[in-house]
Write a protein that binds this ligand. Structure first.
Ligand code: MSP
Length: 655
């Protein structure tokens, strides 16, 4: 069985994860889940980088022992990763003894190779980067990443003969053009190597927080050297030889572009010196930006990933980050864009497709589809091409393109439904076989789309697979296998039971999930419930909802009203402002039916509305009630009107 060892950068624990650090873990998790979907034995490693001065200082500020503080932070980090559904196989902390043994062993091997010597360092040091800086690395005397003035330090240091590896590194890059991706980063690093490498400090003096240098326990190993070795210690280096032999070298290190030099110059040179194989590939992803700047705790520009996941769910967040930020490039996060993409891609597109397919299967076949002997329709070949395009993209870590490929299958399926009009076919009993074929093909298309998106949205896709009758709801997507499940199923006679459920991603109106850009950069939470007055999807019927008593039903006051004025609401595609004559006056109601009715067509019509609903503001306009509408198979609103208006004029009670 092929295998794949994948790592992310290990995080400093002086503060909790933010959306930028979470982005890296989510992207790596999509890759890990994709590999597992392809049947590859995968080891996905994450962890915490604890021997940083920042961590030590933060613990002191909080009057805590550094290790006790790191223990607390481990729980906080694990909780974030759990809630974002990150499926790491193991989690390493640099204060663990397995790591200490690995660092001691590897540093000793470098020393034995004659690559460590004693010296003296005088120069800049940026504690936020944990990096020695040269004058040319600073702008206006400040570190360019953290925009802080570095410290000037003078201390005894042990140095690593990095310069000795310049030629070997250059030739490694030449022989392994894919060692560092994307290519832009590779060019940057190659230029750096070709410009000449200087030896680097690998120890710090006068510090107690760290792993003692084997040759001089008065010094500690420089935190970056310590941290890089985690990739080896996590698979048993120096402790469990058979584990190490099985997994080393790593297949892929996923890291941010700010730390490529450490991973693509220092780390390979350390491994060369210690006589170990080099990782097969390093991928330097871009930054998540917030208001035009790198999202960073020290810059004060962070969004809490749990806040984002709580607002719309972890799967939509994973989807947004993987689709909207091309892997390898920088990308923006804004609350508005997050909401808009959620509405377009998930609520209106994929979610709506799932609802329509399940709804039609129930309407025309009581939810039970039997694959007919007829040839599959055009969706079969589109789905097959989609799977190939998806594989190509995902194998090259073009996560965004992989997702786009699946969305084009979703679009094609929506178009197919609009073209073949199953509702018209259903009216003709002689075309029953044709309808069976259409329903089966749509369901199959949704199944393939959910299978392919499962690495991105594991729990939502499990739900979708359950609804189209392929996975018992509750089963995990971990059992999926792309070779088997990414193939269009054509078996005549096979049966599939589709399951109804509530809207997977209820559409959010404008105004929900807005961000006060000038406030303290925290989202302004508004109520999450969909504010639309039109049922979100045509999927569920009363039999699935919890039952209510007749007394509860009578609490709802329904009345007939007559629309006397209707007008569009600026900036809203969905809402109309209505003035409704109630029999005893005029009432203002905001209604989400603009996509189905023009304002002119409503004036003079009788409608049924909820008369005792608490007033609510929609797009800043007060709504005193809710107009009732059914939803047709295309998600369009269909108003409920009294059959005989003169007998049930405005003001009549509806029961
Ligand atoms: N501890 C070091 C890594 C050691 S790996 C041997 C470190 N830690 S970090 O907490 O500062 O960053 C962890 C990862 O998150 C890094 O890969 C970093 O590039 C990434 N990111 C930090 N901010 C980010 C964004 N705003 N956007 C995307 N990734 C970001 O560096």
């Amino acid at each position: 069985m092929p295998k794949f060892y994948l790592t992310t950068a290990i995080d400093y624990v002086n503060s909790r994860p933010h959306l930028g650090t979470a982005y890296e873990k989510i992207a790596a998790d999509v890759i890990a889940r994709y590999k597992r979907l392809c049947g590859v034995e995968t080891r996905f490693m994450m962890g915490n980088d604890e021997h940083s001065q920042n961590v030590f200082q933060r613990a002191r500020e909080l009057n805590k022992e550094p290790l006790a503080f790191c223990d607390e932070m481990e729980s906080a980090f694990r909780e974030v990763w759990r809630r974002l559904d990150i499926s790491f196989d193991d989690f390493i902390r640099t204060t663990e003894s397995r790591h200490r043994v690995a660092v001691t062993t590897l540093v000793s091997r470098i020393a034995e190779a004659g690559d460590i010597y004693e010296g003296f360092y005088e120069g800049w040091y940026c504690v936020s980067c944990e990096a020695f800086k040269q004058e040319k690395d600073l702008i206006d005397g400040k570190c360019t990443v953290h925009q802080k003035s570095p410290d000037w330090i003078k201390e005894k240091n042990y140095f690593f003969r990095l310069s000795r590896y310049q030629e070997r590194l250059r030739s490694h890059y030449e022989q392994h053009p894919a060692f560092l991706e994307p290519q832009s980063r590779r060019n940057e690093i190659l230029r750096l190597i070709e410009a000449g490498l200087e030896d680097i400090s690998v120890s710090r003096t006068g510090q107690s927080w760290g792993i003692p240098l084997p040759s001089d326990p008065e010094s500690v190993v420089y935190v970056w050297v310590d941290a890089l070795i985690n990739y080896a210690s996590a698979v048993g280096y120096g402790v469990d030889d058979s584990l190490f032999e099985k997994w080393w070298p790593a297949d892929l290190h996923v890291i941010g572009k700010d730390i490529t030099r450490f991973h693509c110059v220092v780390w390979p040179a350390m491994l060369m010196s210690a006589g170990l194989s080099l990782p097969r590939q390093v991928f330097g992803h871009g930054w998540v930006h917030w208001q035009g700047q790198k999202m960073s705790k020290s810059l004060g520009t962070v969004v809490d990933p749990l806040e984002a996941a709580d607002r719309l769910g972890p799967d939509p967040l994973r989807f947004y980050l993987a689709k909207e930020i091309a892997f390898g490039q920088d990308g923006d996060f804004t609350w508005e864009r997050f909401r808009d993409r959620y509405n377009v891609d998930l609520a209106n597109n994929f979610g709506n497709l799932v609802s329509r397919v399940v709804s039609m299967a129930h309407r025309y076949r009581q939810g039970r589809l039997i694959v007919p002997a007829r040839e599959p329709g055009p969706l079969a070949s589109i789905a097959t091409d989609t799977v190939s395009a998806y594989r190509r993209a995902m194998d090259g870590y073009a996560l965004q393109q992989g997702i786009e490929a699946v969305l084009s299958l979703v679009d094609a399926t929506n178009e197919y439904i609009a073209t073949v009009e199953p509702w018209a076919v259903a009216k003709d009993p002689t075309r029953s076989d044709e309808l069976d074929r259409q329903l089966c093909d749509m369901a199959e298309s949704v199944r393939i789309a959910a299978t392919l998106l499962s690495p991105v949205m594991p729990s939502a896709c499990r739900e979708v697979l359950g609804r189209v009758g392929t996975v018992a709801v509750g089963d995990s997507v971990d059992e999926l296998d792309l070779d088997r499940d990414g193939v269009w199923a054509t078996l005549p006679g096979a049966e599939r039971c589709l399951v109804k459920g509530p809207a997977l991603w209820p559409r959010l109106e404008e105004g929900v999930l807005t961000m006060n850009e000038n406030a303290d950069q925290q989202p302004v939470p508004e109520k999450k419930e969909p504010v639309s007055v039109v049922a979100e999807t045509p999927s569920s019927d009363a039999s699935e909802e919890p039952l209510i008593s007749i007394d509860e039903f009578f609490k709802v006051e329904l009345r007939v009203g007559r629309v006397v004025l209707a007008e569009a609401i600026p900036k809203s595609k969905k809402l109309l402002r209505l003035e409704v004559e109630t029999g005893s006056g005029i009432r203002q109601i905001v209604s989400g039916i603009a996509k189905s009715y023009t304002p002119e067509s409503l004036v003079g019509r009788h409608v049924v509305y909820v008369a005792n609903l608490k007033p609510a503001k929609l797009m800043g306009i007060e709504s005193n009630g809710m107009v009732l509408a059914a939803t047709d198979v295309n998600g369009e609103a269909v108003l409920i009107e009294p059959e005989d208006v003169p007998r049930a004029p405005a003001g009549s009670e509806v029961k």
